[in-house]
Design a protein around this ligand. Structure first.
Ligand SMILES: NC(=O)c1ccc[n+]([C@@H]2O[C@H](COP(=O)([O-])OP(=O)(O)OC[C@H]3O[C@@H](n4cnc5c(N)ncnc54)[C@H](O)[C@@H]3O)[C@@H](O)[C@H]2O)c1
Length: 254
């Protein structure tokens, strides 16, 4: 058992096939946790599981779209049936919007971003809580964003979804604080991952936000976000509950 309290724990990391989620899954496994690697992209989920196993860790892949309640059930059931319970849920999977301002957001952009970034984490939280309550212990860590803190970090749909994640985090933190369950979030600033690869920087990228986006700070490595996720899930953070923690080289302080 490691001093983090994560040794032998059962952990779900969503969006763990790439970027911040992948780095978090590797760190949890290094702590001795057993990890459900959940991702839309089955090939990348399997590759991360293979990476964990090659390093002597324990992990299992679940592929599917987490905005589908059946996939949510499969992820939670896999953790409980394979690893004997559920100790940590990391709601990390997310997608960017098209940087659209409110008048330009299509129904499709709104529905998809809210469904993946906000509804899926809610569905996972709802499915996970009974298993944590049964143990009298649990930690939920959500990947929010600088866009949970300000209106100038993304388009309207993404900004609303990440403000929603902050609300979900605080609500769960307060309502389950006497049941041994903590909920916290990281609010990453710009981080090098796969998320921005399909965004045309001229039409839809940061340049589309022009003067609104400034003083953003240094771009982070995915592992700098993952380290904070694992800390918030660990016993070292036992009295941190309901925090939305900027991990952004000071952007939120500007
Ligand atoms: N990279 C940044 O600059 C940045 C900044 C702030 C917040 N974030 C947040 O970090 C989180 C992780 O993103 P990342 O930057 O590592 O990007 P990424 O694209 O590298 O990883 C995201 C992963 O989520 C998966 N995913 C997407 N939709 C899914 C769905 N419906 N079901 C299951 N899996 C799905 C993708 O397949 C991918 O593997 C997201 O919530 C994102 O909003 C990122």
């Amino acid at each position: 058992m490691s001093s983090s309290g994560l040794g032998d724990s059962s952990v779900i990391v969503t969006g763990a096939g790439s970027g911040i989620g992948r780095a978090a899954a590797l760190r949890f496994a290094h702590e001795g946790a057993k990890v459900v690697v959940a991702d839309l992209n089955g090939e990348s989920a399997k590759a991360v599981v293979a990476e964990i196993q090659a390093a002597g860790g324990t992990a299992v892949a679940v592929a599917g779209d987490l905005s589908d309640p059946a996939v949510v059930d499969e992820v939670v059931t896999t953790a409980v049936d394979t690893f004997g319970g559920l100790d940590v849920l990391v709601n990390n999977a997310g997608i960017m919007d098209r940087m659209s301002a409110a008048a330009d957001v299509s129904d499709a952009e709104w529905d998809r971003v809210i469904r993946v970034n906000l509804t899926a984490p809610f569905l996972l939280t709802r499915a996970a809580l009974p298993h944590m309550l049964a143990k009298g212990k649990g930690a939920i860590v959500n990947t929010a964003s600088e866009a949970a803190l300000r209106g100038s970090a993304a388009g309207t749909a993404y900004t609303v979804s990440k403000h929603g994640i902050a609300g979900l985090t605080r609500s769960v933190a307060v309502m389950y604080r006497n049941a041994g369950i903590r909920a916290n979030a990281i609010a990453p600033g710009g981080t090098i991952t796969g998320i921005t690869l399909d965004i045309d920087p001229e039409a839809h990228g940061p340049k589309a936000l022009g003067a609104y986006m400034h003083n953003v700070g240094r771009t982070a490595q995915a592992d700098e976000q993952a380290a904070v996720i694992v800390f918030l899930a660990s016993d070292a953070a036992s009295n941190i509950n309901g925090a939305i923690l900027p991990v952004d080289n000071g952007w939120a302080a500007v």
